[in-house]
Design a protein around this ligand. Structure first.
Ligand code: SF4
Ligand code: SF4
Length: 396
């Protein structure tokens, strides 16, 4: 297939190290000051106490002193409607469960085709299969799925299937499945372009909820075929979404830290299903994104807190890549009261799937000489600087 290569375009320059989900900013922002988890985590990371307090302040302010009358109640109700629904799909007996006793045996190539067709019918725009690299499995659970129960600091899950790992914060994660089915779901660019805003949050949450449901459905489907399968989505990850999707050839890791695809650019949300169902795997791709990002700094130039590097790549746990400053990014979200997403929107690859934009993406992937011109052309046509759209009439 076009653009397929033998090795993914991230550069492995050392021993790959697994990542502890407790070290993500989303885990650290939800550490309740004074809780057992917070004290234990910061005993090992005293250098992070101050920044983590700043990260968590936004959540704590919301919980400790929610405004009695929200400034925009019709919009503020979106958050729980969408993100709360993702949390409802995060229980271990939603993402995982019993495997049918009768096992279906078939040619892995045919099974892969069927799995992709089913995932697409369920709602995925892109589906790719990779062999699961154990380096992309989190070492420990770090993110709490139930935001609303955060204050009570409850056990995270109930109804745990046999063999399920990563029940509570800090528990080791083990995923021994051989394959990972990555699925990509595009967002409405028009709504994203209102960001940072509650409407942007709404669209992001809508797609997270849809993608979580599809992951859960696909995992159930595979378990009904007689093979273990676990869904991974926003509120219950066991593996890292981007490298798994890169390995399957959905796109490449870009300067902005997101996956950039030929079809939807960086405007995607990712979920995955890991499984032991024998599947034919896809190869990674080289779309020219590494070269394009060298020539294009649009996300870095437009990132309000300058969280995206303008310079070169650095080594992160054995991989050479652009490393975004996730703390700056999240602090900016907190300051705005909503998620941002500007980097996803301004990326020249993030365009509607019109005939014209497909043609431009084709040129960008096939003709290295065109890339500098295309970055400039994008500025001429769409503007070099990001400007948020007003809300559409239905949302005003
Ligand atoms: S989401 Fe916003 S703040 Fe975060 S890296 Fe992207 S542009 Fe910067
Ligand atoms: S905006 Fe430009 S530099 Fe940033 S990810 Fe997209 S192509 Fe790469």
């Amino acid at each position: 297939m076009a653009h397929e290569v033998e090795r993914a375009t991230y550069e492995v320059i050392g021993a790959l190290e697994r990542f502890d989900e407790r070290d993500t900013v989303f885990a650290r922002e939800s550490l309740l000051p004074g809780s057992v988890e917070e004290m234990e985590y910061h005993a090992h990371h005293p250098e992070l106490v101050e920044i983590d307090r700043r990260l968590s302040r936004f959540i704590q302010d919301k919980i400790d002193a929610p405004p009695e009358v929200p400034a925009d109640p019709l919009s503020e109700a979106y958050y729980d409607a969408t993100f709360g629904s993702v949390a409802a799909l995060a229980q271990p007996d939603s993402v995982d469960g019993e495997v049918a006793a009768c096992r279906v045996e078939a040619d892995p190539r045919l099974v892969s085709l069927r799995i992709k067709a089913v995932a697409e019918r369920l709602g995925a725009a892109l589906v790719r299969v990779a062999r699961l690299n154990p380096a992309w499995v989190y070492t420990h659970r770090g993110v709490r799925p139930f935001f609303n129960d955060y204050r009570a600091n409850p056990p995270l899950f109930t109804g745990v299937p046999q063999g399920y790992h990563g029940l509570r914060y800090g528990e080791p994660m083990e995923i021994s499945h051989k394959y990972a089915i990555s699925m990509g779901f595009p967002q409405d660019l028009g709504l994203l372009k209102t960001g940072p805003s509650l409407l942007n949050d709404f669209e992001t949450g809508r797609v997270y909820a849809l993608s979580a449901l599809v992951a859960v459905e696909l995992a159930r489907y595979i378990r009904n075929l007689g093979y273990g399968a676990r869904a991974h989505h926003l509120r219950n990850y066991g593996v890292m979404m981007v490298p798994v999707a890169v390995d399957g050839g959905m796109g490449e890791l870009a300067r902005c830290g997101y996956l950039v695809t030929k079809e939807w650019g960086a405007n995607l949300r990712l979920v995955c299903v890991t499984t032991d169902l024998p599947l034919a795997v896809d190869k990674p791709v080289d779309l020219g994104v590494q070269d394009y990002c060298e020539k294009c700094l649009k996300c870095a130039d437009n990132c309000p807190p300058r969280a995206i590097p303008s310079g070169g790549k650095t080594e992160v746990r054995g991989v050479r890549k652009w490393k975004i400053d996730a703390e700056r990014c999240l602090l900016y979200w907190g300051s705005q009261g909503a998620a941002c997403g500007i980097c996803q929107v301004v990326c020249p690859w993030s365009k509607p799937r019109t005939l014209f934009h497909r043609f431009v993406a084709e040129i960008a992937t096939r003709a290295p000489w065109s890339r500098r011109f295309l970055t400039q052309a994008d500025d001429w046509v769409y503007g070099a600087k990001y400007h948020a759209n007003p809300y559409p009439d239905w949302a005003k």
